[in-house]
Design a protein around this ligand. Structure first.
Ligand SMILES: NC(=O)c1ccc[n+]([C@@H]2O[C@H](COP(=O)([O-])OP(=O)(O)OC[C@H]3O[C@@H](n4cnc5c(N)ncnc54)[C@H](OP(=O)(O)O)[C@@H]3O)[C@@H](O)[C@H]2O)c1
Length: 333
């Protein structure tokens, strides 16, 4: 069988560019990739190994001869192009959240519920849980399995890359304006993000913002079994670029001590324990750059309650898990 061809839609975006880096790390050859974006970046050429490859606007036959398509676009675009790619015989890995509530589409949190892809499902579309859900569940899963989990509350600190290129550009422009004593223009976020913290990420539906709803909906889909834990979430946007920090408080099914929690988390392949506060060693988003693991630390325990901090490179995690999954699916019939 010849090597599969992987298409990236949204290749010019924040996640798309990281997907391109990840494809190279996975030794995917230049003739095995196709890049697509909107009309805005149509003429742009993207570096790939020693070559520069074009990015095209997806036409009606864009995905013929392609085995897997990764969608890193706004959800409305992913909804339309996902159907097209599936009809043209490709597997589809969606990062946009367009299929998060579609129960016919498996929702995967890699390392947490990979088995969901071993069960039969209709169609050829697979959705990947957003990086906050992935990181949160990768920490909670071993705690739940060993001690039982009654309730968890998470505060999520999102860097501006979570709003793509325009979010990062907004932070750069506002920081430069403020440093030069000028009033910055406010766009993209509802308030200034330069030297500020906004207690939300995305728009509101009722009391919850997008990022909070997404985590709650995705966790409810991915968690299975009896006695589903209760979960609450609060999202903040902070003036950083890449990186996501989680502050987690959980009530477990039985009393625990901090050393027992550390020993358990240390054994988990998707986690990296950084927990020596006296030496200033703890998770920080800057340490997670290009690291597929979630860093955990600041572990404290009292009775059945445990508190900790986790950090992950959300853009790297989204891209790397999507490439990994696309390569696996591409080899399925
Ligand atoms: N940023 C994160 O941390 C993160 C993590 C996980 C998932 N996601 C999700 O991944 C998706 C992309 O996020 P991002 O941060 O990379 O956003 P971004 O930087 O704004 O990039 C969006 C990409 O989508 C392309 N696009 C827009 N409309 C299109 C169309 N009609 N046809 C083809 N391509 C189109 C854009 O092309 P142009 O450059 O031509 O406009 C660009 O390449 C979003 O759904 C986001 O929610 C983001």
């Amino acid at each position: 069988m010849s090597d599969p061809v992987i298409a990236v839609v949204g290749a010019s975006g924040t996640v798309g560019r990281q997907i391109i880096a990840s494809l190279q790390l996975h030794d995917v050859e230049p003739d095995q990739v196709r890049f697509f974006s909107s009309e805005r970046s149509e003429a742009e050429e993207l570096e790939y190994e020693e070559e520069t490859l074009p990015t095209e606007k997806p036409g009606p036959d864009a995905f013929r001869g392609v085995q897997a398509v990764i969608l890193a676009t706004p959800p409305d675009v992913a909804r339309r192009l996902g159907q097209q790619a599936q009809q043209q015989g490709a597997w589809v890995v969606d990062l946009s959240g367009a299929y998060r509530v579609d129960t016919t589409v498996p929702l995967v949190a890699p390392g947490v519920n990979d088995g969901v892809l071993d069960r039969p499902f209709a169609g050829r579309i697979v959705a990947i849980a957003n990086p906050a859900t992935q990181a949160l569940l990768s920490v909670l899963a071993p705690l739940r399995a060993k001690f039982g989990l009654v309730f968890a509350d998470v505060t999520m600190l999102f860097g501006t890359a979570s709003r793509g290129q325009e979010g990062q550009e907004q932070l750069s422009k506002q920081t430069a304006a403020l440093m030069n004593g000028k009033d910055p223009e406010v766009d993209v976020f509802p308030h200034r993000i330069g030297f500020n913290v906004i207690p939300a990420m995305g728009g509101f539906e009722g009391p919850l913002c997008d990022a909070e709803r997404h985590v709650l909906v995705e966790a409810a889909r991915i968690w299975s079994g009896d006695a589903l834990p209760a979960l609450t979430a609060t999202a903040l946007t902070v003036p950083t670029y890449h990186g996501l920090t989680l502050v987690l408080s959980a009530h477990l099914g039985r009393p625990v001590d901090a050393d027992g929690i550390r020993a358990l988390l240390k054994e988990e392949p998707g986690l990296k324990l950084l927990d020596d506060p006296a030496q200033n060693i703890y998770p920080m988003p800057m340490l997670t750059t290009d690291d597929a693991t979630t860093h955990v630390g600041r572990v404290r325990a009292l009775g059945t309650r445990v508190q900790l901090v986790a950090a992950t490179d959300n853009v790297f995690r989204a891209a790397d898990t999507a490439v990994d999954l696309a390569l696996k699916l591409a080899n399925r019939t």
